[in-house]
Write a protein that binds this ligand. Structure first.
Ligand code: HEM
Length: 472
C-alpha cells in the first residue's frame, strides 16, 4: 500500500479519530507532580468493586439494537459448530441464518458511544461475544484454514477496542468484570445483590459458576488493592511504627490470598470438568487456537498477526497481576534469583503474563505500570529490613501455594479432560470423538492462548517461589 492509500484508508482515518479520543477520554489525566488516585485508573475502591465498574453496564441505545438482538438470539439458538452432526439440520439452518444476518448487517458508526465509557465497554463485550459466537458456531468443514470476521462486527470492534486500548477479542473484562447485573437495581452494589455470567455461550450453570468463581476472586482482590494503597500512602517506611504496619499489611495480603485459594478450590463443586472442557471452553478459543486452529481475518481490518487475538483467560486478571507486581515476581526470568530456573522453566512461554496485559482495559494496564514504577518496592524493603522479610516471604509463599492449587485445577479441568475417553452427557458422541482424535493428533494440552499448559503454569509457580528472600 502506498502512503497516499494509507492516508485515504478508513483505518487511517479511524486511527486518527481514535488517538484524539484516547487522549481525551480513556487515558489517565493527572496534573504534573500530583499523585494519581485509584479512580484515575478506573479502580473503584469506594464501591468495593475494584476493577469491576461501579455500576453494571447498561444496554446499548436503540441504534445498536441489531447487535443486542443478535446476541440474545445467539444464546437461544447457536451451538458449537463441532457438535453439529450432519443430520442435525435444524441447528445447521439456525446457525447459517444467524451468520447470514450478521454478514448482512451494516457497519454501524460508533460515534454515539464515544463519550460514554460504560457504553464503550458494553459495545466491546457484545461485539466480542458475537465474534466468538460467529466463529465457533461454524461447523469445522467451514473453518478450514481461516475464518473471515464480517466487517459489520470487525470494524466497530476494532474501533471500540482502540479507544478502550484493549485487544479486539473476548477478554477477561468482557466475561468477568463486565458480565454482571444487579438482582435488585434499587439496592446498592454488594456481592449479595450481584448476578454474574449474564451473557453465556453454553447457557450451563457450570459456565456461569466458572465466571462467578473468577468474579469472586476479583471482589476479594479489592482488599488487596486497598492494602497496596495503604502501603504507598505511608509517610515513610523506616521507623518502627511503619515497619510494624507493613508487617500487618503483608500478613493481611497473605490472608486474602488464602481466601482466593479457597474460592478456587470451591469451584470444583460448582463447575463440572467435562462440561467445562467440552461445552464451555471451546467457545473461548481465539485466532489460531483450539484443535482446528483457524486463523481469523478481520474484513477491512489490519493483518491479524498484528492483533492480539488469544481469547479470555484469568491470566488477564488485573488483581493477579497487581499482586505479582507488588511482590516483584519475575516471570520473564530477568533477575538473578535462587534456585536458578530449570530447563523446563526456560522452555516455558515466559512472555505470557506480559502479553496478557494487552487484553486488559488500557487504564487497568496503566495502574499496573504505576504500581511497577513505585519508588518503594516492597521486596527491596524486605531485603534491607529483617523485620519485614518474614511477612514478605509468607505472602510470596501464599501466592506460590495458590499457584500450586491452580496447577491441580488446570490439570483436572484441562489436561485430564483432554486425555479422558469419557463422553460427557448431552454431547453428541461422534462429534466428541472427532474432537478427541484431533486433540490426540495434536499430542499435548494447550491453554486458551495456545500455550503449553503445564510448562507455563509450573514456570510461573517457580518464578513466584524464587521471589522469596533467602537467609544468606
Ligand atoms: C476451573 C477453574 C480454572 C481453570 C480450569 C483454569 C485454567 C487455566 C488455564 C488453562 C490457564 C492457562 C492459560 C490459559 O489458557 O488461559 C490458566 C492461567 C491462569 N489462571 Fe486459571 N483456571 C481456573 C481458575 C482460575 C482462577 C479462579 C484464577 C484466579 C485466581 C486463575 C488465575 C490464572 C492465572 C493468573 C493464570 C496465568 C498463569 C499463572 O499465573 O500461573 N485461574 N488458568
Amino acid at each position: 500500500m502506498y502512503p497516499i492509500d494509507l492516508l485515504q484508508s478508513p483505518f487511517y482515518l479511524f486511527n486518527n479519530v481514535v488517538s484524539v479520543l484516547n487522549s481525551a477520554l480513556l487515558s489517565r489525566k493527572v496534573a504534573p507532580g500530583a499523585q494519581p488516585t485509584l479512580a484515575d485508573f478506573d479502580v473503584n475502591i469506594q464501591t468495593n468493586t475494584g476493577f469491576l465498574p461501579e455500576r453494571p453496564l447498561p444496554r446499548l441505545p436503540e441504534a445498536y439494537s441489531s447487535w443486542e438482538n443478535a446476541l440474545t438470539r445467539a444464546q437461544e439458538v447457536l451451538i458449537l459448530g463441532e457438535n453439529i452432526m450432519e443430520e442435525d439440520t435444524q441447528s445447521r439452518a439456525d446457525g447459517e441464518l444467524w451468520r447470514l444476518r450478521i454478514r448482512e448487517l451494516p457497519v454501524i458508526s460508533i460515534n454515539d458511544l464515544n463519550t460514554d465509557k460504560q457504553l464503550l465497554r458494553r459495545a466491546h463485550k457484545v461485539l466480542a461475544f458475537l465474534v466468538h459466537f460467529y466463529v465457533h458456531s461454524m461447523p469445522p468443514d467451514q473453518t478450514a484454514g481461516s475464518v473471515i470476521i464480517p466487517r459489520s462486527l470487525a470494524t466497530p470492534l476494532l474501533q471500540v477496542s482502540a479507544i478502550l486500548r484493549m485487544a479486539p477479542v473476548l477478554t477477561f473484562a468482557d466475561t468477568v468484570l463486565w458480565n454482571w447485573d444487579l438482582i435488585n437495581p434499587e439496592l446498592p452494589v454488594t456481592p449479595e445483590n450481584m448476578r454474574f455470567g449474564v451473557e453465556l455461550f453454553s447457557g450451563t450453570e457450570d459456565e456461569r459458576n466458572f465466571w462467578f468463581g473468577n468474579a469472586r476472586v476479583e471482589m476479594l482482590g479489592v482488599e488487596i488493592l486497598q492494602l497496596f494503597n495503604e502501603y504507598h500512602s505511608l509517610p515513610n517506611v523506616s521507623d518502627f511504627a511503619s515497619v510494624c504496619k507493613i508487617n500487618r499489611l503483608l500478613t493481611r495480603i497473605s490472608a486474602v490470598v488464602r481466601r482466593i485459594e479457597e474460592v478456587m478450590a470451591s469451584m470444583r463443586e460448582l463447575v463440572d470438568p467435562s462440561i467445562f472442557f467440552w461445552q464451555v471452553r471451546p467457545w473461548f478459543n481465539g485466532s489460531a487456537s483450539g484443535p482446528s486452529k483457524p486463523s481469523w481475518v478481520f474484513e477491512d481490518g489490519p493483518d491479524s498477526s498484528t492483533l492480539d487475538l488469544s481469547g479470555p483467560s484469568a491470566g488477564q486478571s488485573s488483581v493477579m497481576h497487581a499482586l505479582d507486581i507488588f511482590l516483584d515476581i519475575d516471570f520473564k526470568l530477568q533477575q538473578r534469583r535462587c534456585p536458578a530456573p530449570s530447563d523446563a522453566n526456560k522452555r516455558a512461554d515466559v512472555g505470557f503474563m506480559e502479553r496478557m496485559r494487552r487484553y486488559m482495559p488500557g487504564l487497568h494496564r496503566d495502574y499496573l505500570s504505576y504500581l511497577a514504577n513505585t519508588s518503594r518496592p516492597v521486596r527491596e524493603l524486605a531485603k534491607s529490613t529483617p523485620a519485614v522479610k518474614e511477612a514478605y516471604n509468607a505472602a510470596v509463599s501464599a501466592v506460590r501455594k495458590l499457584r500450586d492449587s491452580h496447577i491441580r485445577i488446570a490439570c483436572l479441568y484441562v489436561v485430564s479432560m483432554s486425555r479422558s475417553t469419557a463422553i460427557p452427557a448431552g454431547c453428541p458422541v461422534f462429534a466428541m470423538m472427532r474432537r478427541m482424535e484431533r486433540q490426540q493428533n495434536q499430542g499435548r494440552s494447550t491453554g486458551t492462548g495456545g500455550n503449553e499448559l503445564s510448562l507455563l503454569l509450573k514456570s510461573n509457580r517457580d518464578a513466584t517461589a524464587r521471589a522469596a528472600i533467602k537467609s544468606s
